[in-house]
Design a protein around this ligand. Structure first.
Ligand SMILES: Nc1ncnc2c1ncn2[C@@H]1O[C@H](COP(=O)(O)OS(=O)(=O)O)[C@@H](OP(=O)(O)O)[C@H]1O
Length: 294
C-alpha cells in the first residue's frame, strides 16, 4: 500500500483522509452549531454510508424520489468533514442532512442539548475490511500491497476511521446522551422495506405506500448501481484517472469468506471476542443467518 502516512491525517488521535478534508471545520468543530432538526448518518467507513445518503435523499426530497431532480446524493446529504463539492455546508437550509465518519468524542458537543437525529449504521467488520481493501485498491488506486497487508493495517487502526472497535463502542456507550437509532447493514440487506419503515418512524416521516415503494426500489443495490445520482461514479472521474472498480462493488454479506484465511479469521474472532465482550448489538456474518438468531 502507498505510504499511509501520506494519505492519512491524524487529528486528536483519530485518522482522517487527507484529501478534501475540511481542516478548518475540524479545528473548530466545537463551534459548529448543531440545529435540533439536523439529521446525521454516522458510520465507520464502508458500512453503508452511500446507501444511507441515497435513502435519506429519497425520503426527504420528492424530486429525488420521482427522479425529477439531478442532484447527487452527495449534494443532498453532504459529508460534514470532507468537502467533496466545496460547498458552505453551515448555511444549508433546515433540515440539514449530513453524513460523517466522526467518532463520538470529536462530534460537536452541541449535540447534547440540541439532540439532532443520529442514525448510526454498522456492518460486520469482516465484510468492512474486505470492502475497504477493494476501495483502496480499485477506487483510490492506493493499494499495491496484498489483502494480508491491508488486514494488518486495519487491525492496527491505521486507516481512515481508526479502529473499528473504538468507533462503534464510542457511539454505543454514549447512546443515552444522543437521539440515536442504530441500523444494521445486514438487516437492511435482508429486510430493506422493514429497515426503511424503522428509519422513517425514527425521523418522524410518514410516506404514502407509493412513495415507500419508490424509496425501497431506488435503494436496492442494482438500482443504485445504475443511478448516476447515487453510485458515486461521477466523483470517481474527477481526476481523470480511469478506475477498475466502483463504489458499489458487491453489496453483499459474507464476502469475507472469499478473502480471509482460516488463520486470519481465527485471529479476527479472538480480537472481536476480546473487544466486543458484553457488547449487546447483534452482528450477522453470513447471508443465511437469521436476523433473530442469537
Ligand atoms: N444499496 C446497497 N445495498 C447493499 N450494499 C450497498 C448499497 N449501497 C452501497 N452498498 C455497499 O456499501 C459499501 C460502501 O460503504 P460506504 O458507502 O460506507 O463507503 S464510504 O465509507 O462512504 O467510502 C460497499 O460495499 P462492498 O460492495 O462490499 O464493497 C457498497 O457496495
Amino acid at each position: 500500500m502507498e505510504n499511509p502516512d501520506l494519505s492519512l491525517y491524524k487529528y486528536k488521535g483519530y485518522y482522517f483522509g487527507r484529501l478534501e478534508l475540511r481542516i478548518g471545520l475540524l479545528e473548530n468543530l466545537e463551534d459548529f452549531e448543531i440545529r435540533e432538526d439536523d439529521v446525521f448518518v454516522i458510520t465507520y467507513p464502508k458500512s453503508g454510508t452511500v446507501w444511507f445518503q441515497q435513502i435519506l435523499s429519497l425520503i426527504y426530497f420528492e424530486e429525488h424520489r420521482k427522479r425529477a431532480g439531478s442532484l447527487d446524493t452527495n449534494d443532498q446529504v453532504p459529508f460534514l468533514e470532507y468537502s467533496i463539492k466545496h460547498e458552505d455546508i453551515v448555511k444549508r437550509p433546515s433540515p440539514r442532512l449530513f453524513a460523517t465518519h466522526l467518532p463520538y468524542y470529536l462530534f460537536p458537543s452541541g449535540m447534547k442539548n440540541k439532540k439532532p437525529k443520529i442514525i448510526y449504521v454498522y456492518r460486520n467488520p469482516k465484510d468492512v475490511v474486505c470492502s475497504y481493501y477493494y476501495f483502496f485498491k480499485n477506487v483510490k488506486l492506493q493499494v499495491t500491497g496484498s489483502f494480508e497487508k491491508f488486514f494488518e493495517q486495519f487491525l492496527e487502526g491505521k486507516v481512515v476511521g481508526s479502529l473499528w472497535f473504538d468507533h462503534i463502542k464510542g457511539w454505543y456507550e454514549h447512546k443515552s446522551l444522543c437521539n440515536i437509532q442504530f441500523m444494521m447493514y445486514e438487516e437492511m440487506k435482508k429486510d430493506l422495506r422493514g429497515s426503511i419503515v424503522k428509519v422513517c418512524k425514527f425521523l418522524g416521516k410518514e410516506l404514502s405506500d407509493e412513495d415507500m415503494d419508490a424509496v425501497v426500489t431506488q435503494a436496492m443495490f442494482d438500482n443504485m448501481k445504475s443511478d448516476p445520482r447515487a453510485n458515486y461514479d461521477s466523483l470517481m472521474e474527477l481526476d481523470g484517472i480511469p478506475r477498475n472498480g466502483h463504489f458499489l462493488r458487491k453489496g453483499t454479506i459474507g464476502d469475507w469468506k472469499n478473502h480471509m484465511t482460516v488463520e486470519q479469521n481465527e485471529r479476527f474472532d479472538k480480537i472481536f471476542q476480546r473487544e466486543m465482550k458484553d457488547f449487546p448489538l447483534k452482528f450477522i456474518w453470513d447471508m443465511n443467518e437469521e436476523l433473530n438468531s442469537k
